[in-house]
Design a protein around this ligand. Structure first.
Ligand code: ADP
Length: 457
């Protein structure tokens, strides 16, 4: 609508402004021509002694042909002395506005354009010894110049119509093109909204709509990944929960159905139920932990003394290490403050160190090292354990992923520990990586940001 208004205003201007300009130019030329002719008449009249009808007629007859339709000469009172008009007004008073002005001593000109004809009037005083002795009035009708104006007007109208048509055609073509593209975009958005995350919008070109489609496709790609992850997570989680629940069901059925069950067997079954329940508790705790890390709430960050936390984790895991006959050694560089919080630091350390013990062999070893490297702090957890096959390395941070399911389950693992560790590390701007250890086993490396401001917590 805005463009239509602008084009409308331009067309109106185009149809009026050049016409008015030309009209004014013609009027000015008319004024000059009539002034010159009137001057010729007044100069001739000055030679006559008295302004009488005869003297005026005699004087005017001397003039070459005047290019006007009517020449009127009046005396100082406006009484017509001479008139070339068709219906002569000689002997009557001419009360034409221009004549009145002329009798007051002023030149007067007026011009009018109507119906393809230009009507011009001019009156000038006839002076005799500085007195107004009469007036000369000229009247002219010019249809030649008027026709020019009519033609100009017609041409301008024709051009306007052509411009209007061209604008309409362009406008229609452009809107059809635009609405086709917008419809493609809308169709794509609706398809994705209906859950079809594999759909991609094909909108070739380099305009804003193509960029929008490209951005939308990228967004859909991310949604697709998230959706796939969510589905896999739900299915994995259900599967993980199903196993201990099924064993609880089986064990309770066995106890209930066997009326003569001996006490020792019943105790054994109940102990198994307890173990399965522990497992359920651990899975739900870890799921809650993952949810906490996912929530994206503003995370508390403070300077944490990494070495102190390593010491605490080592003390906590000592019984597990002893029962697995694994030696736990630490090599800690002083002043390793990291930007994290105690809860997340403990999660990371516990998961990595517990894995290093769990997936180890009797008489195996675990080393925990901390080092300050530039503006970062590096934590290494190395072990002489079973190691991780190279093809599994990229997957071990995925939720519920386990290299050896039976071993993990036997060790009370849920397949969530490394996901939790990775999420916690990333939450604080750190990085975590895994690699085979030279000489066998696995090496996990975590890089933290150095804790700034104040004493380590
Ligand atoms: P889990 O609860 O099963 O330990 P994690 O997420 O902590 O789950 O680890 C995922 C899998 O990665 C484990 O099941 C195990 O197969 C493998 N893994 C993790 N740490 C080690 C390690 N230090 N040595 C060998 N394998 C490991």
């Amino acid at each position: 609508m805005g463009y239509v208004c602008i084009i409308g205003v331009l067309l109106v201007l185009m149809n009026t402004y050049p016409l008015l300009m030309n009209q004014n130019l013609i009027f000015r030329a008319k004024q000059t021509a009539l002034t010159n002719q009137a001057a010729l008449v007044t100069n001739t009249l000055v030679t006559a002694d008295d302004l009488t009808p005869e003297a005026v007629a005699q004087a005017v007859d001397q003039l070459e042909d005047l290019e006007v339709q009517r020449l009127v000469v009046t005396d100082e009172a406006g009484l017509v002395l001479y008139d070339t008009g068709e219906a002569t007004a000689v002997g009557r008073y001419l009360l034409q506005g221009e004549v009145v002005s002329a009798l007051e001593g002023n030149d007067a000109f007026s011009s009018r354009y109507a119906g393809g004809v230009i009507y011009s009037r001019f009156a000038t005083p006839v002076m005799d010894r500085n007195q107004v002795a009469g007036a000369v009035y000229l009247y002219e009708e010019d249809s030649g110049q008027g026709t020019l104006l009519v033609e100009l007007q017609r041409n301008l109208r024709l051009i306007s119509v052509v411009v209007c048509l061209a604008v309409l055609v362009l406008f229609w073509a452009f809107s059809a093109f635009l609405s086709r593209r917008v419809n493609t975009l809308l169709g794509g958005i609706r398809t994705v909204r209906a859950g079809e995350y594999t759909h991609r919008i094909a909108l070739p070109g380099h305009d804003e709509l193509s960029q929008l489609a490209e951005e939308f496709n990228q967004l859909t790609g991310r949604l697709q990944v998230t959706e796939e992850e969510r589905r896999r997570f739900v299915s994995d989680a259900s599967h993980e929960l199903k196993t201990p629940l099924a064993s609880i069901r089986l064990l309770t059925d066995s106890i209930l159905q066997d009326e003569n069950i001996d006490k020792a067997t019943a105790r054994e079954f109940v102990a198994d139920i307890g173990e399965a329940t522990d497992r359920l508790i651990r899975i739900s705790q870890e799921l809650l932990e993952l949810n906490r890390l996912d929530e994206g709430r503003t995370v508390l960050q403070e300077a944490v003394d990494l070495n102190a936390q390593v010491g605490k984790a080592a003390r906590l895991l000592l019984p597990l290490a002893e029962s697995a006959e694994v030696t736990l050694e630490t090599d800690l560089e002083p002043g390793c403050a990291i930007l994290c919080n105690q809860e997340d630091t403990m999660q990371i350390l516990r998961n990595l160190m517990e894995n290093a013990i769990k997936y180890n062999t009797p008489q195996g070893r675990v080393w925990v090292t901390t080092r300050r490297v530039g503006d970062r702090v590096r934590l290494e957890v190395a072990d002489t354990g079973v190691g991780i096959p190279p093809e599994d390395m990229p997957k071990i941070f995925q939720r519920f992923y386990r290299v050896d399911k039976a071993r993990s389950r036997a060790a009370g693992g849920t397949g969530l520990g490394l996901s939790i560790a990775r999420d916690a590390v990333r939450r604080h701007g750190g990085e975590i990586a895994v690699a085979p250890r030279e000489g066998g086993g696995t090496l996990f490396t975590v890089t933290f940001r150095v804790g700034e401001g104040g004493e380590p917590a």
